[in-house]
Design a protein around this ligand. Structure first.
Ligand code: ATP
Ligand code: PRP
Length: 210
């Protein structure tokens, strides 16, 4: 048998649905479910090796070819860019980007350059460039909603799913659906050539089980 195909999965919010998909295909994911602190787990009946990584690192491992495939959100793909194939929209991890401010605050009024806090500076820069609007961007690593509350920024560009985090923190959306997000299956460009039939078989199984 060939060496296993290595697939990097985003830990956290996308993990449960990804493992659910592998189980729906029929693979035994006991090793992942009982992983403890282990980060590389075998799925022997699928001839797969699952690597659990942070979202940005999934892209890094796939781009460098140390993982053949990856499961990662469209948000991370757009922010990081990179050279790989994006083959399947997996349909879970659905959310979107929105611009939000403190309730009742006028964002577009006045002549001063507005400051935006975000985990996604590249996406934010591109979005405002496309509007021809000059903004200052401050990178925040998490709980971005804090930035306008602490008066570090006039607004945020962040992921919204249910809207609960914004609501509970007195923020409101002033521009919604900047971009729809869901999890994607990505593939290393060299792996796609060298292990084409195995990857195509896996993609077919994935698509049948969405
Ligand atoms: N509220 C949400 N609803 C649905 N999907 C989300 C939501 N927040 C994030 N996601 C998706 O899940 C991916 C992983 O998010 P997750 O919060 O688990 O990791 P993270 O953003 O790297 O944060 P952390 O630093 O807490 O690990 C995101 O890149 C995005 O595609
Ligand atoms: O609209 P909602 O359903 O409330 O979800 C949106 C929240 O989910 C994400 O944060 P996450 O929980 O990943 O934590 P983080 O802020 O530390 O990234 C996002 O950054 C929002 O804060």
């Amino acid at each position: 048998m060939n060496k296993p195909l290595r697939i990097a999965l985003t830990k956290g919010r996308l993990e449960k649905d990804t493992v659910g998909l592998l189980e729906k295909i029929g693979y035994d994911c006991t090793a992942i479910r009982e992983k403890g602190r282990k980060l590389i787990l075998p799925v022997p009946d699928g001839n797969l090796e699952v690597v659990l990584a942070k979202a940005n690192d999934v892209i890094t491992y796939v781009e460098h070819g140390v993982c053949d495939m990856g499961v990662v959100g469209k948000d991370t793909i757009q922010e990081m860019q990179g050279k790989f194939y994006e083959l399947v929209d997996l349909g879970f991890g659905r959310c979107r980007f929105a611009l939000a401010t403190k309730k009742g605050q006028s964002f577009y009024g006045g002549y001063n350059v507005k400051t935006l806090a975000t985990k996604y500076p590249n996406i934010t820069r591109k979005h405002f460039e496309s509007k021809g609007m000059d903004v200052d961007i401050i990178k925040i690593e998490g709980s971005v909603e804090l930035a306008p509350l602490l008066e570090l920024a006039d607004g945020i560009v962040d992921i919204v799913e249910t809207g609960t985090t914004l609501k509970e923190n007195g923020l409101e959306i002033i521009e919604d659906n900047i971009c729809p997000i869901s999890a994607r299956l990505i593939v290393n460009t060299v792996s796609m050539k060298m292990r084409q039939s195995e990857i195509e078989n896996f993609v077919t199984l994935v698509e049948k089980n969405l």
